[in-house]
Design a protein around this ligand. Structure first.
Ligand SMILES: *Cc1c(COP(=O)(O)O)cnc(C)c1O
Length: 378
């Protein structure tokens, strides 16, 4: 089955008791048993819930994976994946990962003596050179946030596989519509479903998708033990979102490419970061491992920090807000908003300037979006 069909049909089975075409919101904590231990596969809603199960099946199918596990947020999914590790283990992480990921790695998991090395994953050799006998996991984002850099998922997975190291890829930016890390050799796909999968900025959630049965068993154990599960209403909303993922992503990609090209020609723009531009240093890799270039753009203006901040505060259609991936366009200033938890020296090392602006390009009419940016940038 192809992607658009799976988005709509996988996990969505008519309700056997009524024929309802949509999976009901099973707003229940427990399930009546016929006799002790004799039940229909559901005992308690932290462990399993039918609405969550429908979403887990749907997400696994669209990621070309065998098993999906849903969480209360992307950070809950991320934390649960790290809980596979033990004190003393070592993780190699991409340098410009999501701010909350950097925070939980450096401020929470280091307390449990898990070691993290942050490297520029655009070069496989940087990853290779940091591998030591304690390395158990490589954590990648591709494209990264906010620099939109790529990691060669296939090459890094090959490197890891021969050493028994797990590769986790946060696929939130690309979405399963544009990139499938499991097909490229990764072991775990991580999602903040809050973003493109939900797609309407009305729900927070997260997911892990894997192929390996043993890994699924370990993660399901952690999911139930740690208990960071989503409620049925949130699962229902996310499931409603994924139905239109394929069509939404087409429009996000088309609008973003048009805006990235327009920004590249703008006289006040210094640099545009978008994997779909020929000028992007990894455009060839983007064409190889992605089916489209996504809706996220970052750029810097040839202007003072004050002027850049003024520009992000002056748009009328783009809303000034954190988050991304909804149908509506958002603009933000990462250094003072989403990435404020990353120290300035670390940011500068990544080539991430103080004035950098990030766009989450929505699916409005692109002419209106360009007109809005033009007036805000002056
Ligand atoms: C938002 C985001 C997260 C965290 O997800 P939440 O749902 O906000 O907890 C993780 N990774 C990336 C790339 C994100 O954009």
């Amino acid at each position: 089955m192809k992607l658009s069909t799976k988005c709509i049909h996988s996990g969505n089975h008519p309700d056997p008791s009524t024929g309802a075409i949509m999976p009901p919101i099973y707003q229940t904590s427990t399930y009546v048993q016929e006799a002790p231990g004799k039940h229909k596969g559901f005992e308690y809603s932290r462990t399993q819930n039918p609405t969550r199960k429908a979403l887990e099946e749907n997400l696994a199918a669209i990621e070309n994976g065998r098993h999906g596990l849903c969480f209360a947020s992307g950070m809950a999914a991320t934390s649960t994946a790290i809980e596979l590790l033990k004190s003393g283990d070592h993780v190699i992480s991409g340098g410009d990962v999501y701010g909350g990921t950097y925070r939980v790695f450096t401020k929470v998991f280091t307390n449990y003596h898990i070691g993290f090395d942050f490297v520029d994953t655009t070069d496989v050799l940087n990853v290779k050179s940091r591998i030591n006998e304690k390395t158990r996991m490589i954590w990648l984002e591709s494209p990264t946030n906010p620099m939109l850099r790529l990691a060669d998922i296939e090459e890094i997975s090959k490197l890891a596989k021969s050493r028994g190291i797990l590769v986790a890829v946060d696929n939130t930016f690309a979405t399963p519509a544009l990139q499938n890390p499991l097909d490229l050799g990764a072991d775990i796909v991580v999602h903040s479903t809050t973003k493109y999968l939900g797609g309407h900025s009305d729900v927070v959630g997260g997911a892990l998708i894997v192929n390996d049965d043993g890994l699924r068993a370990k993660l399901a154990f952690l999911q139930n033990s740690m208990g960071a599960v989503p409620g049925p209403m949130d699962c229902f909303l996310t499931l409603r979102g994924t139905k239109t993922l394929a069509v939404r992503m087409k429009q996000h990609c088309e609008n973003a490419l048009t805006i990235a090209r327009w920004l590249s020609e703008h006289k006040k723009v210094k640099e545009v970061h978008y994997p779909g531009l020929e000028s992007h240093p990894q455009h060839q890799l983007a064409k190889k491992q992605m089916r489209g270039f996504g809706g996220m753009i970052s750029f810097s203006m040839d202007a003072t920090l004050e002027d850049s901040v003024r520009a992000v505060s002056s748009t009328k259609i783009f809303s000034l807000a954190e988050s991304l991936g909804g149908v509506e366009s958002l603009i933000e200033h990462p250094a003072s908003m989403t990435h404020a938890s990353i120290p300035r020296e670390e940011r500068l090392k990544l080539g991430f300037e103080d004035g950098l602006i990030r766009l989450s390009v929505g699916i409005e009419d692109v002419d209106d979006l360009i007109e809005d940016l033009a007036q805000a940038m002056g």
